[in-house]
Design a protein around this ligand. Sequence first.
Ligand SMILES: Cc1ncc(COP(=O)(O)O)c(C=O)c1O
Length: 408
Amino acid sequence: MSSSVVSDVREAREKYVSSGVATPPLVVDAAEGSRVRGDDGRWYLDWAGGIGCQNLGHGPSAVVAAIHEQVDRYLHQCFMVGMYEPYVEVCRRLAAAFPGPGDAYKSVLLNSGAEAVENAVKIARAATGRPAVIAFERAFHGRTLLTMSLTSKVVYRRTFGPFAPEVYRSPVSIDGLRGLLRSDVDPESVACVVVEPVQGEGGFHPLPPSFPSELKALCVAHGMLYVDDEVQAGIGRTGPMWAIEHYGVDPDLLVSGKSLGGGLPLAAVTGRASLMDAVHPGGLGGTFGGNPVACAAACVVLDTVAAPAFRERSEALGALLRSRLDTIAMDFDVITDVRGLGPMLAVELVDAATAAAVVGAARARGLILLTCGLDGNVIRLLPPLTLSDEDAALGLELLQAALREAAN
Ligand SMILES: Cc1ncc(COP(=O)(O)O)c(C=O)c1O
């Protein structure tokens, strides 16, 4: 893209793009590995990754090569018009990677995390014949009508009601959920619970250690399905392929997205064949879901993340970041918590204004960060999991400098 076009991006954005889409001042004109280049020619260390979509970094060579190869073979087909190999290859890999015994798992491929969560609910309703869905406090599942209804943050809901019916909200506690099942919704009418293993947008809260297994036991007792939303926490973000692996629980349905497509839009619902086949032919699908180019990229992503070396590196990165963040936290009163799971880490600050000031000061120094949390006071770290020790150290130095500036 020519530099004259790039220099007009901010102005054109004001004129042509809805202000409902919130944007930072950054304009990107190139990206490589752990960095993006702004239109000022400056390279930034990217610890946002397009909101967790670049677990392998920007433009990993094997992914890009697979994309080029697929672009030269064919582009869109629509799986419902003509079947093709990349789609079934992604589903084969998702079956092999499913956190449960054996490989009798099937998938449907979609375009976005929200679309995949919607489809997981459709499948759960079809498989159980029940209408109700339970989501949790601090949940984020997307911006479509149903997923916004499952989401628990006002900024994503304000002015957009009425919301989808038969959605119930529980605290992230078994006692709280038991209470909900006594007071608000008959468990025998619940199709599924939808839950993130690490609540992402809600502030990087890993589920309490015993919660997933207790939740699964309650699901089994009442015939409710456990839908594991791994859109942000999956594809190696916490070390293993899926964050639920930390908890040793087999979900009924697993939703993936974001980094699955290596930078291209792709999401999936995967589950036992008996559940996935409960839907009548024609009930699932979509024009673009499982686009061949995105699938070609995803095959390489899944092979890369499944390799033991990738997990070892992610876990080493997580340990390094965690110990440094814990040390940094001792120097700053504005830091109220450091938390996360493996390399999926966040720093909680006293308030949203401080978090925004740190993000701004970090950007000015060349580090891209994102906030999250119900109160917008949490800084989440979503660096590529391929980050070198040198870049990890540099990012932490920049974060520290930004904290020093914002805390004063
Ligand atoms: C846990 C979770 N589920 C669902 C979604 C929605 O994904 P998408 O933005 O691709 O629709 C997100 C997006 O951030 C997410 O973090």
